[in-house]
Design a protein around this ligand. Structure first.
Ligand code: DC
Length: 230
């Protein structure tokens, strides 16, 4: 009989700036470890889509109170293959749209929205064996996570990555505008009143400005191994 070596399951929190490639690396890490992956940004995006669909956001007016009152009717969940469900309808594509992207910072700054999402996220990670990415996972959602990674990269490098993505899709964009947008989002994420983006004191920092995807995965696995053998 082979002796089965069982590695303990841990909670992995991956936080950091937008356009750092957090989701891609978190998804890959979860697949490598056989863990559940939770993209919390997608959850805030789904709530934003709901607000748009219900007409709570209309042109430049946002009826926040109406959204707060409707929150008990907003059900956000994931399919086993990582799809995002809003009230049982798959919305993976819709939550990446321009309107959702334009309003999600505003929606994710509402206290009641955050409370509901954090409660859901804690439920999704209660059995450990989870990789969750976002802005407040290591500080608010799972302050006791065994591994916390804070991802950062030079703003110009992130803007270039975004610019290249748009170009690849055939969308003409101006680099300076993309950079400005990245810097604005950084500012909003770091300065909002509710759960701003801050590095947890016990997080390990990953600056991936000049790292390949493979180098990042190796670095992450190294961190997991360090924690699991402690
Ligand atoms: O990671 P993303 O770009 O899909 O996130 C969308 C928005 O949601 C972004 O403005 C930051 C916000 N967010 C948040 O406030 N807290 C999280 N845990 C995840 C995302």
């Amino acid at each position: 009989m082979f002796k089965q070596i069982k590695m303990k399951k841990i909670t992995i929190a991956i936080d950091g700036f937008s356009s750092c490639g957090k989701s891609t690396m978190a998804k890959r890490l979860a697949a490598q470890l056989g863990y559940v992956y939770v993209d919390t940004g997608a959850m805030y995006r789904a709530v934003t889509l709901y607000a748009l669909q219900q007409g709570f956001i209309d042109n430049d007016a946002f009826d926040k109170q109406a959204l707060v009152e409707a929150l008990p009717q907003v059900l956000v969940s994931f399919t086993s293959d990582g799809g995002v469900l809003l009230n049982n309808t798959r919305v993976d594509e819709l939550i990446r749209g321009v309107q959702v992207s334009a309003w999600v910072s505003e929606v994710s700054s509402i206290k009641e929205v955050r409370q509901q999402m954090v409660q859901l996220q804690r439920g999704m990670g209660q059995n450990k064996g989870v990789v969750m990415d976002g802005r407040d996972i290591g500080t608010v959602v799972f302050p006791d996570a065994e591994l916390k990674v804070f991802v950062t990269a030079d703003a110009k490098v992130r803007a270039q990555r975004r610019y290249d993505e748009w170009q690849a899709k055939g969308v003409e964009v101006n680099f300076e505008e993309v950079l400005k947008n990245v810097q604005e989002r950084d500012y909003l994420d770091q300065h909002r009143a509710e759960s701003p983006l801050v590095q947890a004191a016990d997080a390990v920092v990953l600056d991936n400005s000049f790292m390949s995807r493979e180098e990042q995965q190796d670095w992450l696995m190294q961190q997991v191994n360090n924690v699991c053998k402690e």
